[in-house]
Design a protein around this ligand. Structure first.
Ligand code: UDP
Length: 370
């Protein structure tokens, strides 16, 4: 995503761009494919949301977005709860029915921790032991492969906690799923005379030639791999997906999280519910977290104290390298999509100045998006 956005921004400013990707397809982990008329998110669910109007305008040049607004659910101990935690959740659990009652109850169960030092302490200080056990502890331990006491609170601060009936997963003004799929969005983004895309090319096998050919290199792979792991390996979490086609409707919503420790997957995705399709069939995916290793796809950087320190050493090298680094893997940051796009746009502005895209071209982009 970072590479594609940067490429398009550079092309809009009159630069020529060559993209190399070792995969056989574009769109990175946003890659989606049609199966029985359903757009399947091959590398996990991608739900677009942003408050940044420049980012929203940018992506709307390449796709129209549907009106999907994400509302989650948690399955715990065989019960289903509304998630993120909101008044409906607290009603389901405690029978409270007004914001005032919810606030009083939360105030009574919160664990007084003045300066929470980790994810566990932060959640306890916000919602207390019972909610921590039901919603956070099992899921987070499975997802990150360690106890929440050894993780930073920033991981969960992205999810709101509310005492109203607003049960949206994200607060952002702009939300949706690209109509026609993410892959189409990226095809449109890269559809520019000045952009060439070479797939199934391993950058490291051709890096010398590529570096000499290019005035500037943007690298979006793993940060530690770029430097041949010289200070040691950074830790990433990976995922395994089990996908099957069923008939009918499995769970009537796009995502259900399974927070119990002994259910090995963390969530089940039912892809058709991102698009309001009336298909009689359905594609569902169970998502199993696992440690990343060579040959597996790295998804999540593990920003604990040890890895953050190691990352700092690599970033210092990156600064000196003359190469530009961006995206989740190369910045070693747990970014959302809109943050990746925003940072790629900002980097292009810094490198090349303001966009010079002709209004006529923008109009053409919009027609294609429609
Ligand atoms: N999380 C949790 N229980 C849930 C959902 C999320 O404990 O039911 C925690 C977990 O640590 C997860 C983090 O919140 O990694 C961020 O969740 P999000 O849904 O944003 O994860 P993503 O979609 O980025 O994997």
């Amino acid at each position: 995503m970072f590479g594609a956005v940067f490429a398009r921004c550079a092309a809009d400013r009159g630069k020529r761009v060559l993209i190399v990707d070792k995969r056989p397809h574009i769109a990175g982990n946003c890659y989606s494919q049609q199966v029985a008329g359903i757009e399947v998110h091959r590398y996990g669910p991608h739900i677009f949301h942003t408050d940044n109007s420049q980012v929203w305008q940018f992506v709307n040049r390449f796709a129209r977005f549907n009106e999907y607004v994400h509302r989650g659910q948690v399955n715990s101990g065989g019960r289903t709860f509304s998630f993120p935690i909101n008044l409906r959740t607290l009603e389901e659990l405690w029978g409270v029915s007004t914001p005032e009652e919810a606030k009083l109850k939360l105030a009574a169960v919160r664990v007084p921790i003045a300066e929470p030092k980790n994810l566990r302490e932060w959640v306890l200080s916000q919602v207390g032991e019972e909610l921590y056990e039901i919603f956070i502890r099992g899921y987070t331990t499975k997802q990150w492969g360690r106890d929440p006491a050894h993780l930073p609170a920033s991981i969960v601060k992205r999810i709101p906690i509310r005492t109203t009936r607003d049960d949206r997963y994200f607060d952002d003004r702009h939300q949706g799923i690209p109509i026609g799929g993410y892959t189409r969005l990226f095809e449109n983004m890269l559809d520019h005379d000045a952009i060439d895309v070479h797939l199934q090319v391993d950058y490291f096998e051709q890096s010398q030639g590529l570096k000499t050919a290019a005035g500037k290199t943007v690298y979006t792979g793993k940060l530690d791999e770029f430097f041949e792991y010289r200070f040691g390996e950074l830790e990433y979490r990976s995922l395994r997906f089990e996908t099957e086609m069923i008939s009918g409707d499995f769970q009537s919503s796009a995502v259900v999280n399974y927070t119990d420790r002994d259910t090995r997957y963390t969530r089940i995705i039912e892809h058709k519910h991102f698009e309001f399709t009336q298909s009689k069939q359905s594609v569902i995916t169970r998502e199993y977290p696992l440690a990343s290793a060579k040959g597996l796809v790295p998804y999540y950087p593990v920003r604990d104290a040890v890895n953050t320190a190691l990352c700092g050493r690599y970033l210092a090298e990156a600064q000196k390298s003359g190469v530009l680094f961006g995206g989740r893997l190369a910045a070693y940051q747990y970014f959302d999509m809109h943050q990746v796009i925003g940072s790629a746009m900002a980097m292009a502005r810094k490198e090349f100045g303001s966009a010079t895209v002709a209004p006529a071209d923008e109009a053409a982009d919009r027609r294609r998006a429609a």
